[in-house]
Design a protein. Structure first.
Length: 446
């Protein structure tokens, strides 16, 4: 078996990433429960009226009016996809997907975890009105999946955490491609060309070393507005912009450290107080150069990811859950799950994820292209496959894109919630039986 521990330089960031995802899952769950409770209460109409409230932005002769839910889904979720894009690029450049050997197992598993659920759903809904929703059961919600895994504390091998995280990130990449190719409207080429122009300007600003954040924000908003106008779903703009953000440091560490040492020595050679640089321009220049050189060693992608992750985890995703998870829960829920849409989603997420991930993982290992993570057995991989059936955020998002009929949307939401709950409970029960019972025990239970 090969080691899959994150490189030592990334351990702290990986730990913060997992902790953030785990913590946000609690907030996400609370907002989901609140939405379900309000949508089922006697005041349910006020919930749906709030979601439909129109908010307009106008400038000159142009205006853009969207419902509150669509502002969340189209604008705020673009920020979510931007962070997802940063995570994907980090993994592709310096992380668990940066080499063919490292990426083989989670990427192959992710492919199986997308293809098989989509196929199951398509078979169940063949020829029916819900057939277009085949992309709904393809997704994995990394926050909830890691949240359940965190319940086991130090019993979980690092290799299993890394495997599930890398699988979910590869899954996100697949979901983005599906949204862009199959769940966007009629494509308008002129708007896409404008989006391409804004992207080119973003890339040029980065290459020229422009440091003013406002320039990048304005250009990114231009990309978002152009993509929105093009018919491609606006959130894809987040991924496109993220792909242009450098993951590696702007300046070689040796060069940057030489500047830091030179400027530091110059500052040490003269009296330096909190007021001295006000009258001594050379001191201020040395301080600015020292600051810029140190900043150039900090990769922009990682900096943005760390800065935006709390906003996405504790604001954007909870708002998305609140405005999208609300569905009336009553005596008809059982019947809703038994509809072709509900049944296809439950079967796809709960069974399809397990079968697809396990089958494709076994094929990857059997072919010699991949190895199981150190300290992780097939039983634990199966537990991870069960947790991958928690679709939630991305599944809800795709459902909103796939269906225009409110009845089908409601059936899909109930199916997603039921499947995610089943996957979480079964995954927890299975892993509780398979993970070591005490710290320091690396072997999987027989």
């Amino acid at each position: 078996m090969v080691r899959t521990d994150p490189p030592s330089g990334l351990r702290g960031m990986f730990a913060r990433f997992v902790h953030s995802e785990v913590s946000s899952s609690v907030v996400l769950l609370a907002c989901t429960v609140a939405a379900l409770a309000w949508a089922t209460s006697p005041w349910s109409e006020t919930y749906f009226a709030l979601a439909r409230t129109k908010i307009a932005l106008a400038g000159g002769d142009a205006s853009l009016a969207l419902s509150l839910r669509h502002w969340v889904n189209d604008l705020l979720m673009a920020l979510f996809f931007f962070v997802v894009g940063l995570e994907i690029k980090r993994e592709l450049v310096v992380g668990q997907l940066s080499s063919a050997r490292q990426a083989a197992l989670p990427v192959t598993a992710a492919v199986g975890g997308m293809v098989v659920p989509a196929a199951i759903y398509a078979v169940v809904n063949a020829g029916g009105p819900g057939g277009y929703g085949w992309g709904v059961p393809m997704a994995t919600d990394i926050a909830f999946a890691l949240g359940v895994l965190s319940l086991f504390g130090e019993r979980v091998p690092v290799g299993l955490k890394v495997f599930l995280t890398a699988l979910a990130i590869a899954d996100d990449l697949g979901a983005v491609m599906v949204i862009a190719l199959f769940y966007s409207g009629g494509i308008r080429g002129g708007a896409l060309l404008v989006a391409g122009l804004f992207l080119a300007l973003l890339g040029l600003a980065s290459r020229l070393g422009v440091r003013h954040a406002g320039v990048y924000v304005l250009l990114a908003l231009g990309v978002w507005a152009s993509v929105l106008a093009s018919g491609v779903h606006a959130t894809v703009a987040g991924i496109l912009v993220a792909m242009l953000v450098p993951v590696r440091a702007r300046r070689a560490p040796a060069e940057a450290l030489a500047v830091v040492e030179e400027r530091y020595a110059a500052l040490k050679a003269r009296p330096l107080t909190r007021e001295s640089m006000v009258g001594d321009r050379s001191q201020l220049d040395d301080i600015v150069d020292l600051h810029l050189a140190a900043g150039d060693m900090r990769p922009a992608g990682l900096t943005l990811e760390q800065a935006l992750h709390p906003t996405v985890a504790f604001l954007v995703l909870p708002l998305f859950a609140f405005f999208n998870a609300g569905v009336r829960i009553d005596g008809s829920v059982t019947g809703t799950v038994r509809t072709p849409v509900g049944l296809g989603i439950v079967a796809g997420l709960v069974l399809g994820k397990q079968v697809g991930i396990m089958l494709f993982s076994w094929l990857a290992v059997r072919s010699g292209r991949a190895s199981l993570p150190e300290g992780v057995g097939w039983g634990q991989i199966y537990g991870g496959a069960c947790l991958a059936g928690i679709g939630f955020t991305m599944s809800l998002f795709v459902a909103e894109l796939a269906f225009s009929d409110e009845v089908l949307v409601a059936q899909a939401k109930v199916g997603i919630l039921a499947a995610s709950l089943l996957a979480a409970v079964w995954g927890w029960l299975w892993l509780n039986a398979r993970l070591p019972k005490r710290r320091g025990v690396e072997e999987e239970r027989p």
